[in-house]
Write a protein that binds this ligand. Structure first.
Ligand code: CO
Length: 219
């Protein structure tokens, strides 16, 4: 069987297995989606949103891009965010980075990758912003530090988007989370504490930055 035929065969088996367990699963889902979570993650094939948080189709709305970047000028990410927050009324927005992120590594080590260089420009700016901190860790730990700083900064950007600020402004119950995933052990860790109002954003940013500094400097 060819590789692609195998995928289609896998799909038929998967759909049959779900129907066996829950006969009306797909008919129910086809009528509406009602996810409580919006996931912003990296494209990396080792970080599949649904599987690592144990959720079924219909339970998490997903946007992925190289190095989980949130930029208010990115129509794709912001449109997905707006759809999730304004229309689907998700309760939690999760920004999830991961260790060993190729996008972060490319930004840190300055390798040429054509178009990707423009995309990861925001991460180069993060390195510049935190160059004193970066200079105080060991070269072996720099990539991990940058993956965590990227989560902190992208989560901060997420909190400052018009979509999130307006949702909080009208009293909508939506929380923002910043996590990192270990491709070496399959485990998630919280990098930035949960935040659910604009007034707390600066404080959680400081808490997260202090924790990362303690973890990577002099340890
Ligand atoms: Co990545």
């Amino acid at each position: 069987m060819g590789l692609i035929q195998e995928l289609l065969q896998n799909n038929r088996q998967w759909a049959a297995d779900i129907k066996k367990e829950t006969p009306d699963f797909f008919t129910k889902l086809s009528k509406q989606q009602n996810p409580l979570f919006f996931w912003i993650g990296c494209c990396d094939s080792r970080v599949p949103a649904n599987q690592i948080i144990g959720l079924l189709p219909g339970e998490v709305f997903v946007h992925r891009n190289i190095a989980n970047i949130v930029n208010s000028a990115d129509m794709n990410c912001i449109s997905a965010l707006q759809f999730a927050v304004d229309l689907l009324q998700v309760r939690h927005v999760i920004l999830c980075g991961h260790y060993g992120c190729g996008g972060v590594q490319a930004a840190v080590h300055g390798e040429g990758h054509g178009m990707i260089d423009y995309w990861i420009w925001d991460i180069k700016a993060i390195l510049t912003r935190h160059e004193l901190l970066a200079a105080q860790t060991t070269p072996e730990r720099l990539d991990d530090l940058m993956c965590e700083l990227n989560v902190i900064e992208q989560t901060y950007e997420l909190c400052r988007t018009k979509v999130i600020r307006e949702a909080w402004g009208r009293g909508q119950a939506v929380s923002v989370h910043g996590w990192i995933y270990g491709i070496q052990d399959g485990l998630l860790q919280e990098v930035i504490p949960e935040v659910s109002r604009l007034a707390d954003v600066g404080q959680v940013y400081d808490v997260a930055l202090t924790a990362v500094t303690q973890k990577y400097v002099g340890g």
